[in-house]
Design a protein around this ligand. Structure first.
Ligand SMILES: Nc1ncnc2c1ncn2[C@@H]1O[C@H](COP(=O)(O)OP(=O)(O)OP(=O)(O)O)[C@@H](O)[C@H]1O
Ligand SMILES: [Mg+2]
Length: 404
């Protein structure tokens, strides 16, 4: 069992989560979960190595104890403003004598798609095939075995700043484990929250964390745009604290209890503790709403602007799915509807995976749970047995290069 354990590590801005899963008789099953506060992260990037190492150690230790296995390596989620995405296309000639597309051709064409103009301080994190084209026939999921002379691929490429990624790897390494691979957070969140039909029709996934809001847009079954904006739930807590002149802890509680729906409650107010904590002051519900609503709308508008700028104009999108802890804000759905003009739902990690307790079916765990689903495949478009391995091989090589 030990060797088969698949682990995920999500080092978020507010909390670090470790997940252990194993392939059981009924598919993947979660057997361990651990969570610890993150004190060394800001807006998705490491700002304090020691604190981050401590968080990783605490979370993995809990998960190990629950699972009864030792965690030696894990898929690690990354995010932050340094991450960029682009789409690329490459073409190769099919080399075999019988002109039949083989695994080697697929690997070669994906490799070729990774040849992009990349500054020296950036690394490719993902090159996810969106679809293949064989002799001009577009939209092929798995071209292996098909007859053809010319193989093309359209890939979604995600890159990150080398030093930001190295800092994450350093913390993981010093906490006593190795990264099996790095995964851009929203791709993992999407794996645990989105339905295949949603990805097919067209969907926007927003993972609203503490420090960042991560975006993934899917259409035709695969991701075509991913991004992150450096605004999350923490800034909202800050706004509430400043606006209501109270502590961050009190602001957090008020935000979680009343959220943006504040103004709709028959005018009742809240007792808010003053900064020194010695007295309480009555605050009108409308006052909270006036603080929360503009910030949430602004965050959604920023996300929408990025999407409008970067996805084709004629792309049809059917829905917005909100996840991450920020999606728990009471009354958030209508605000997203107002900005995107699309139906909105809150996405919980509900993917087909065993061992999902009710406590884990919460949006703040979407990334961590998605890691063990997305990690082994390296992308929903990779057929499991074959390309997954080569993807891993490439990543291992890439990670090794990091250390040399
Ligand atoms: N009930 C709630 N109402 C409103 N906001 C909430 C609620 N519960 C949690 N949050 C917010 O969710 C945020 C944390 O979300 P999450 O755990 O997904 O972040 P993270 O993964 O640690 O951070 P990031 O993804 O930005 O690195 C915090 O800002 C917190 O205030
Ligand atoms: Mg997160």
């Amino acid at each position: 069992m030990k060797n088969e354990a698949i682990c995920g590590l999500d080092i978020g801005t507010t909390k670090t989560c470790a997940v252990v899963a194993v392939e059981g008789p009924n598919g993947l099953e979660i057997i361990g979960f651990g969570e610890a506060p993150s004190l060394g992260m800001r807006k998705g990037v490491v700002i304090d190595l020691d604190e981050t190492i401590k968080s990783i150690e605490a979370a993995t230790e809990k998960a190990e104890r629950m699972a009864g296995v030792h965690i030696a390596d894990a898929y690690v989620a990354v995010t932050g403003e340094h991450i960029r995405s682009t789409n690329n296309r490459a073409v190769v000639a099919v080399v075999s004598d019988d002109r039949e597309v083989g695994n080697a051709d697929v690997d070669r064409v994906i490799e070729a798609s990774k040849i992009i103009n990349l500054p020296a301080d950036r690394q490719i994190i993902h090159a996810i095939p969106r679809y293949f084209t064989v002799d001009g026939q577009e939209g092929i999921d798995d071209p292996v075995g098909m007859a053809g002379g010319r193989l093309e691929v359209d890939t979604h490429i995600v890159t990150g700043g080398t030093s930001f990624l190295t800092n994450v790897l350093k913390c993981v390494h010093r906490a006593g484990l190795e990264a099996t691979g790095l995964i851009f957070g929203p791709l993992a969140s999407a794996a645990s929250t989105l339905l295949p039909e949603e990805r097919q029709v067209g969907v926007v996934l927003l993972d609203i964390g503490g420090g960042t809001t991560d975006i993934a847009v899917y259409s035709g079954g695969s991701a075509l745009y991913t991004a992150t904006i450096p605004v999350g739930g923490n800034i909202l807590t800050n706004d509430v604290s400043l606006g209501l002149k109270t502590t961050l802890a009190e602001a957090e509680e008020i935000k979680q209890r009343h959220g943006s729906a504040g103004g709709t409650e028959s005018g009742a107010g809240y007792a808010v503790r003053t900064l020194d904590g010695r007295a309480t002051r009555e605050v009108a519900a409308e006052q909270l709403r006036a603080i929360v609503v503009p910030r949430v709308l602004e965050t959604f508008r920023m996300a929408r602007a990025k999407i409008v700028e970067n996805v084709p104009r004629d792309l049809v999108l059917g829905e917005v799915v909100l996840t991450g802890g920020g999606a728990l804000l009471p009354g958030i759905e209508p605000l997203a509807e107002e900005v995107f003009g699309l139906p909105v739902r809150v996405g919980l990690p509900n993917a087909v995976i065993g061992g999902l307790t009710d406590a884990l079916r919460a949006p703040q765990y979407a990334t961590a749970i998605g890691l063990v689903l997305f990690g082994p495949d390296g992308g929903e478009r990779f057929p499991k047995s074959r390309a997954g391995v080569s993807w891993l091989g490439r990543l291992r090589r890439w990670l090794k290069d990091f250390w040399n």
